[in-house]
Design a protein around this ligand. Sequence first.
Ligand code: NAD
Ligand code: TYD
Length: 341
Amino acid sequence: MSFSPNVVMVTGGAGFIGSNFVRYVLANSDDMKVVNVDCLTYAGNLGNLTDIADDARYVFEKYDICNTDEIVAVCQKHNVDAIVHFAAESHVDRSITGPGEFVRTNVQGTLSMLQAARAAGDVRFLQVGTDEVYGSLGEEGLFTEETPLDPHSPYSASKAAADHLVSAFGTTYGLPVLTTRCSNNYGPYQFPEKMIPLMINNARHDKPLPVYGDGSNVRDWLYVEDHCSALWAVLTKGDTGRVYNIGGNSEKRNLAVVVAILRYLDKPDSLIQFVTDRPGHDFRYAIDASRVYQELGWQPSVSFEAGLAQTIQWYLDNQDWLDQVVSGAYKNYYESMYAGR
Ligand code: NAD
Ligand code: TYD
């Protein structure tokens, strides 16, 4: 049975995928209201939303998801009838150097959001999850929704814990929950600590491109707008209590992605610098997304080649945005992580 929300709360709507999702919903509906709840960590940037900031259907509420009572009040103030929960700490390397914040935001924060959803009247709750909760694959095989959770990094462990809480709230309290698990996203407004925008940013300054290990690790890349359309399909057409894998069917080795970026920018391969591998680095992620294909009629619309070209061009056209985020909190992080590389 399809579900048609009137007011959607988007947590983490000032981050990479959240801001693309806010834009997607406003562009694809007439009178839907979107309430963006974000506390603006280093990764949250209202500069991601300047083009829609004045849209009468959009409102920004600066709150921390861990403050349950405040979230309940925001839900009631705006008559929220669906929550799409993106807000998280999202970078694996940061989770290795500082796991505590990941437990606070991703585990306690999700618990807080679930309690708020219940208190606000059993609001439909979509948990935006990651395929990283399934662990790592060898050269063969795909993650299905039945693959046991086996997270390896503090990031994926915290996301797996959050997924379990979501499932428990569905089973125990009857909260109408849905969970997605998506592969790696790329596209406009991704913070330049993640691989693709980091490599673009370094290449434009002729700085070394730090490839972990030998660059043979594999990720399944999905253009961010395709992720947004899949989330919308799950929210409006999915069965509550169900998990949906989302993937791009587009596996690439890291080195191949880096070389493609250098080619587009007409920069030499000599910028590639192989650096010490990430501890516990998952070798390969790959998704079997046949459930969303068959049950919800969704499929990705942007090929990796077209999406990567579009993405690189977006960063070239928005160098002010890049300069702004790089010169903020990111700068210290960048210098501490990548000094000398
Ligand atoms: P991001 O790091 O770009 O954005 C996270 C946002 O959450 C930021 O705007 C930040 O300010 C906000 N936030 C953090 N803590 C908060 C708190 N306590 N209260 C309120 N707001 C808070 O992340 P992203 O890459 O856009 O990922 C969004 C979601 O999608 C995450 O849950 C992530 O696990 C999931 N996901 C990401 C990918 C990917 O490739 N990026 C893939 C699959 C799933
Ligand atoms: P990342 O964008 O951090 O996403 P995730 O770790 O969640 O998959 O990294 C994507 C891949 O790129 C991953 O295999 C690690 C690798 N990587 C590098 O080789 N160098 C880098 O500087 C970064 C940030 C990542």
